[in-house]
Design a protein around this ligand. Structure first.
Ligand SMILES: [Cu+2]
Length: 285
């Protein structure tokens, strides 16, 4: 009986390797829920005019990057395969410099970058434009909570992690965090603002760096002790929008969420009046 030549790999193991290489992704795909929420892979469109603009910019630039990647890696793959040594390709040792190539690979990226800058500039200007805002809120970051002050209204509040999240986060608490609704994304007192109103905020911190971030508003602002940064947002749709401190600020950095409750203007006015009432009573006594 002839012995199989040990130096010649039989095709069978190779096919087996290929099959197992395909099996893993297939298994992963099969394990996905039937209606996977693919939108979670992308950044949110958000709920403010600026956030929609930021999303559109993000998609435009993502597609530009995708086209560039496909074109360059495609050209590379084609060159690697079509001009391989085994096909008899010989390097062109005479070509050491090409002015035309240098001009092309300088001009094309410059044109692309200038195009992107022109697309992005209006959004960047709009993000900074806090003019014509109807109200101002001062936001102060603390280790580890937020303070919101309605300027010229005499109303302020502290916003800390909700009690149920706080209990469940403790080691050996015996509470399943999955049983807590909006775990680590809920506060005792949210920031309440009116819908359809341009709200300017001034932001600072009282101890270390923090950052106030609600993904649906797109813009993230640093809270820096001794400095006052500013920003603005306008949400037309009432709702509850959640975010987090986005600047590592100490051991409880993950436990100071941001919750913004956007309510119709009339409801906001009533809320503000109710907030003022106890303060007025306290001042009179
Ligand atoms: Cu923080």
């Amino acid at each position: 009986m002839p012995h199989p030549n040990p130096t010649t790999p039989s095709p069978a193991p190779r096919r087996a390797t290929l099959a197992s290489a395909l099996a893993l992704p297939a298994l992963l795909l099969a394990g996905l829920p039937a209606r996977a929420d693919w939108s979670l892979l992308n950044m949110p469109v958000g709920v403010t005019p600026v956030s929609r603009e930021v999303y559109d910019l993000h998609m435009l630039i993502l597609w530009i990057c995708t086209i560039i990647a496909v074109a360059t890696f495609g050209a590379m793959a084609y060159a690697l395969v079509a001009f391989r040594k085994s096909k008899g390709a010989v390097a062109d040792t005479n070509m050491t410099h090409s002015t035309a190539a240098e001009i092309i690979w300088t001009v094309i990226p410059v044109v692309i970058l200038v195009f992107m800058a022109f697309q992005a500039a209006p959004a960047l200007i709009r993000i900074e434009d806090t003019r014509n805002s109807e109200m101002t809120i001062k936001i102060t970051g603390y280790q580890w909570k937020w303070e919101y002050e309605y300027l010229n209204e005499g109303v302020s509040l502290f916003s800390s992690l909700a009690a149920d999240s706080n209990a469940a986060r403790r080691k050996n608490a015996g509470i399943d965090p999955r049983s807590v609704e909006n775990y680590l994304l809920e506060v005792d007192e949210p920031l309440v603002v009116p819908a359809g109103v341009k709200i300017r905020y001034l932001i600072t911190a009282n101890d270390v760096l923090h950052a106030w971030w609600v993904p649906d508003f797109a813009v993230k602002r640093d809270a820096i002790p001794g400095y006052v940064n500013e920003g603005w947002f306008q949400v037309d749709e009432p709702g509850i929008y959640r975010g987090q401190c986005a600047e590592l600020c100490g051991k409880d950095h993950g436990f100071m969420p941001v919750v913004v409750k956007v309510v119709p203007k009339a409801e906001f006015d009533a809320w503000l009046a109710a907030r003022k009432a106890p303060a007025a009573v306290a001042a009179a006594n």
